[in-house]
Design a protein around this ligand. Sequence first.
Ligand code: SF4
Ligand code: MG
Length: 321
Amino acid sequence: GEPLVKIENLYIDFITDRGVVKAIDGVSFDIRKGEILALIGETGCGKSVTAKAIMRLLPRNAIVKGKIIYKGRNLLELPEREMRKIRGKEIAMIFQDPLTSLNPVFTIEDQMGEMFKVHKLPVVGSILDEIVKLLKMVKIPDPEKRVKSYPFELSGGMRQRVMIAMMLSAKPSLLIADEPTTALDVTIQAQIMNLMLELREKFETSILLITHNPGVVAEMADRVVVMYAGQVVEIAPVEEIFDNPLHPYTQGLLRALPRGHKTERELENIPGRVPNLLNPPKGCRFHPRCKKAKEMCSKEKPKLIEVEKEHYVACHLYGGR
Ligand code: SF4
Ligand code: MG
C-alpha cells in the first residue's frame, strides 16, 4: 500500500532538570493507507511519544528533529493554526482513558456538537440528530438520553464508544489508538476493536495501534513495528513477526506465547532493565540485555535493513551496520 504518513529520521530529546533524555533516536517508518499498524515494545520505549509527535502534542521541553510527512506536508513544520485543522479531524487519537480526552464539564451532546462546529462537518437535519445517529452506530443504548450525560456518568466502555463516535463523525485518515482497551474488560475490548475494524472498512482509515496485548496485535494488525529504548528494532507483517521474529528483543518479547492464549497474556518481560535514556547504552541500545551480543554491538548502532521482503531488522547478527 501507499504510505499515508512517512516518519523520517525522527529524534526527540526532552530537556529535564537531570539532563537530556534521548527519548527517540532516529526512528523511521511508514503508516500505509488503510492498514492497521501495531506499535509494540515495553513501557517507556517511545511508542506514546512517537504518537504524540504525529499529533504535535509534545510538551514544551521536547526538541524534535526529522520529518513527519503527511499528504506531502511535514507536520513538524506546520503552523499551529494549520495543525489545528488536522488534529481531531484528519488525524485523531484515542487514549487508554477517554476521561483524559473528554471534557468533564460538558455533556456528550456539547462535546460532540463542538466537533461538528469546529470542523464544519456536514449536518442533515440538526446536529443533535447527527449525534444520536452516531451514538446508535457505536451501539450506545438509549442514545437520546445518553447524549445529556456527562463523561463521569458513563462507564469506561461507554466513554470509549463516545470517543469512537467522534472519530466516526470526523472520518479521519489516521486514527492513533494508544492502549485504547487496556482499562476495559475483555468483552468491551472486543467490541471496541470491532468498531475500529468497521472504521477501517468504511472509511479506509489507517490505524496506528499502540498496545501491550499480543492477542490484539495478532487479531488486528497488518504489520508490526517493534521499538526498543527509542529505536525501531524490527518491522514486519504480522504473521512474520510471530512466526519468524529476527531481533533478539522481539524474540524475547514474543517468546513462548502459547497459541490460543495470546489474549490472556501480556508481552514477556525480558531480564535486565530498560535503559536510562538520560545516558543510553552506546551502539545497539539493547546490548546490555542481549544474550547474543558481540563486541561490535556496544560500539556501532545497527541500521534497519530489509533482510527479507517487507521484513526489516536492526541487528548486527543480520549484517546491519
Ligand atoms: Fe543483540 Fe547485537 Fe543484535 Fe543488538 S545488535 S540485538 S546487541 S546481537
Ligand atoms: Mg505509553
